[in-house]
Unconditional design. Structure first.
Length: 354
């Protein structure tokens, strides 16, 4: 095949590093990743160690603003395939327009959900010249597939499976659960910001504690401006931002995963929690819930921005403790298709046709 692949990515993450490492297992593939160094404004301060072994250029926001510096890196690499994440980074947009890279196949990576609202219709018009630079759209799931189709991509040119996880490593947690009693606790992993619904979770958890005599603790992993609201509530344990290798230990000591988002394109944390063998409580705006959460089979899906619904769901899990282990076991098989191994092999099947 002999393809040189370039990823122009916003910032590093544990799940994408697992996918890129899997891609490197294929001998005929060369890889280069350009992405932002983490900083204090992102609330996802991943260690750069997760990129060890991955051919990459980690750049500052200041350097990202220097288009010609980025262009020189790309020109020296001479990619056959360029994957560009979205349309919010101007330097990456300029790469799509640059005639010097016209010989490369360009793929638009996007996880946006289709809402069919005025904003998206306006965006379709504004982005029309940019979108024409891409032959393919690469999306994580059904809602994004619909949006790519809406933007004008032909169905045959929409690739599913944009996002994957380190399934092999995470799923080993299930084997460890045989030796322990199922934990009585809830877990939230995400940024402490309103869009993630953390304020809704705080209110619902407080009500849950009023209804239940022996309430379970709520572990929160993340950082953000609402951290101090978390610290005020009894029973909530703020563990801060956790690196991927340490998050697996948190999964092991947790009983139910909670994602109360108000808007969330395709949260990978939900998929990772499934791989760890946890039942899921999430809102219907979580794009990944379509693929990995089935109501009262391996979790519960509730309306977003609804404190009462979230409170009732927390109480349901508490009162149905005996059902939780089986629900968690079911989660694993739903997450397996999103393994980094499947991610790489699926993508390369498309690459063979380019």
């Amino acid at each position: 095949m002999g393809k040189k692949i370039l990823f122009c990515w916003p910032e590093i993450s544990g799940y994408m590093s697992a996918c890129w490492k899997e891609l490197l297992n294929y001998p005929d593939i060369e890889l280069l990743v350009i992405c932002l160094l983490p900083d204090e404004t992102s609330y996802t301060n991943f260690s750069t160690k997760i990129m060890d072994g991955i051919p990459s250029r980690l750049i500052s926001k200041q350097d990202l603003g220097n288009y010609y510096k980025i262009k020189r890196i790309i020109a020296a690499y001479r990619p056959d395939i360029i994957i560009i994440s979205g349309w919010n980074i101007n330097t990456y947009k300029r790469i799509a327009y640059d005639k010097d890279f016209d010989n490369a196949i360009k793929i638009l990576a996007m996880d946006n959900q289709f809402h069919n609202n005025i904003r998206q219709w306006i965006g379709k018009f504004v982005l029309r010249s940019y979108l024409k630079k891409f032959k393919y759209a690469w999306v994580p799931g059904g809602r994004s597939w619909e949006y790519a189709k809406f933007l004008g991509f032909k169905e045959k040119n929409i690739i599913k499976g944009l996002l994957g996880i380190d399934f092999v490593r995470i799923s080993n947690i299930w084997n460890m659960r045989y030796n322990i009693k199922w934990p009585k606790s809830f877990l939230f992993v995400g940024r402490y910001i309103k869009i993630k619904g953390i304020h809704i979770l705080i209110s619902a958890y407080s009500k849950y504690r009023n209804y239940i005599n022996d309430p379970w603790p709520l572990y929160c992993c993340g950082t953000g401006p609402l951290k101090y609201e978390i610290d005020k509530i009894s029973g909530i344990k703020d563990l801060g931002f956790i690196q991927p290798e340490d998050l697996f230990k948190i999964f092991l000591q947790s009983g139910v995963f909670v994602m109360p988002s108000l808007r969330d394109a395709w949260p990978l944390a939900v998929v990772e929690a499934c791989a760890a063998g946890l039942p899921i409580l999430c809102t219907n705006v979580c794009g990944s819930s379509d693929e990995v959460v089935k109501n009262y089979y391996n979790g519960i899906i509730i309306p977003s921005n609804n404190i009462d619904a979230l409170t009732k769901a927390l109480c349901w899990f508490h009162n149905n403790y005996d059902k939780i282990p089986e629900m968690g076991k079911r989660s694993i098989s739903l997450a397996e298709p999103y393994s980094a191994k499947n991610w790489a092999s699926h993508f390369l099947e498309y690459v063979k046709t380019f």
